[in-house]
Ligand binder design. Structure first.
Ligand SMILES: Cc1ncc(COP(=O)(O)O)c(C=O)c1O
Length: 390
């Protein structure tokens, strides 16, 4: 008899692996996985190569290489005007994913409740479960995906300890507006909650600049900002992430980090420091490129009869496929990969209440122009192929 941890039983193989398998089997254009099909900048690669050649191959300081933690503090100050003590208020992890788990391990007692907003990044409920917490789900509704004060308040109990927020948001691309930020601050303060703010898409905004939740009045003392190198520098496989927050919480997160991974790879931390010190022109050019990619894919989706929800941030577009009357998001995405030759993600993967995802599909636009053009070309055949199905 296998005696495996029941808390992890619901978290088996994900739809991402299944869609990747189908994409390969059908030679599809893969707009499923949120990973660029191009490389990150040369100056960052060079910094990593130099660090390896210079013999920086041993463990880094557990809390993060000093040159990286100070670069994190500098960049944070530049984008938020908040001054932090790099030595006490940051910790470097193996991607944001580790930071999320470490934060849950640091904060939760068994049975403590965590507010999650669905659709959510799929590691959130697993991280809560690993730490023995209980996820309380608040549903955000298409097409705006705004946080409504009433539904948030209805989910709070005396056991609520943490609220996990994501802006810019995967999969909707929604960015919290001023009213939502005020609601979060009011509720967090009223109920003495810790706010975990996943801001991995912080550099990918197309209308209003991203505003960290830590900047909201009354939130800096109770907010941990989580981010990483992966999205902002197109190195999702490097898995260098970090948490920034109040010293006592960071100290607890460090305790978890110390005994999970101890440190992120040293040469990649050296390169991450170089990346974060990039001139502002890097970030503006990066955003301009992504805005162009977003508009290119949105155009192809529209031309195929789908209704894209054009994102304010992130590198994903949700599109509504109700016009074609598929049974649900899984049926549509299966048809799309098998018959049209495009892999997308059925967003039910991001919901506990999967019925909310039925008419949607998620497309990633972190792809080369040739990939997006190929996708748009194939999308043109969707109306006809959908009409032919029995
Ligand atoms: C919202 C969100 N948070 C965290 C992550 C993971 O970040 P990392 O690769 O740095 O662990 C992702 C990756 O897709 C994401 O979409």
């Amino acid at each position: 008899m296998t005696r495996v941890n029941s808390r992890l039983r619901p978290f088996g193989a994900t739809i991402f692996a299944e869609m990747t398998r189908l994409a390969l089997a059908h030679n599809a254009v893969n707009l499923g996985q949120g990973a660029p099909d191009f490389d990150g900048p040369e100056f960052v690669k060079e910094a990593a190569i130099r660090a390896i050649r210079d013999g920086r191959g041993q463990y880094a300081r557990m809390t993060g290489l000093p040159e990286l933690t100070s670069a994190i503090a500098e960049r944070f100050h530049k984008t938020t005007a908040i001054t932090i003590a790099a030595d006490e208020q940051t910790v470097v992890t193996c991607g944001c994913t580790e930071a999320i788990v470490d934060a849950m391990l640091a904060l939760l007692e068994p049975g403590d409740e965590v507010i999650l907003f669905e659709p959510f990044y799929d590691s959130y409920p697993a991280a809560v479960a690993m730490a023995g917490g209980v996820a309380k789900i608040v549903t955000l509704h298409a097409p705006h995906f705004r946080i409504e004060a009433a539904s948030l308040e209805a989910a709070i109990t005396t056991k609520t300890k943490v609220m996990l927020v994501n802006t810019p948001h995967n999969p909707s691309g929604h960015m919290l507006d001023a009213e939502e930020r005020r609601t979060i601050a009011r509720v967090a303060n009223a109920h003495d909650l810790v706010v975990l703010s996943d801001e991995v898409y912080e550099e990918l905004f197309y209308a209003q600049p991203h505003q960290s939740l830590a900047m909201e009045d009354g939130l800096v003392e109770r907010t941990v900002v989580l981010s990483s190198l992966g999205k902002s520098f197109s190195f999702t496989g490097w898995k260098v992430g970090w948490a920034i927050g109040p010293a006592p919480i960071i100290s607890a997160i460090r305790a978890a980090h110390q005994f999970t991974t101890f440190c992120a790879p040293t040469p990649l931390q050296v390169a991450a420091a170089a990346a974060l010190r990039a001139p502002e022109t890097y970030f503006t050019a990066f955003r301009a490129e992504y805005k162009r990619r977003r508009d290119l894919l949105a155009e192809g989706l529209r031309a195929s009869g789908l209704t894209p929800i054009v994102p304010e941030g992130s590198y994903f577009i949700l599109a509504d496929h109700s016009k074609y009357a598929f049974e649900d998001d899984f049926a549509f995405c299966r048809f799309l990969v098998e018959k049209v030759g495009i892999a997308a993600i059925p967003p039910g993967a991001f919901y506990k209440n999967k019925q909310h995802a039925r008419t949607l599909a998620r497309f990633a636009f972190c792809k080369r122009d040739e990939t997006l053009h190929a996708a748009n070309e194939r999308l043109r055949s969707l109306p006809e192929l959908a009409a032919q199905r029995t």
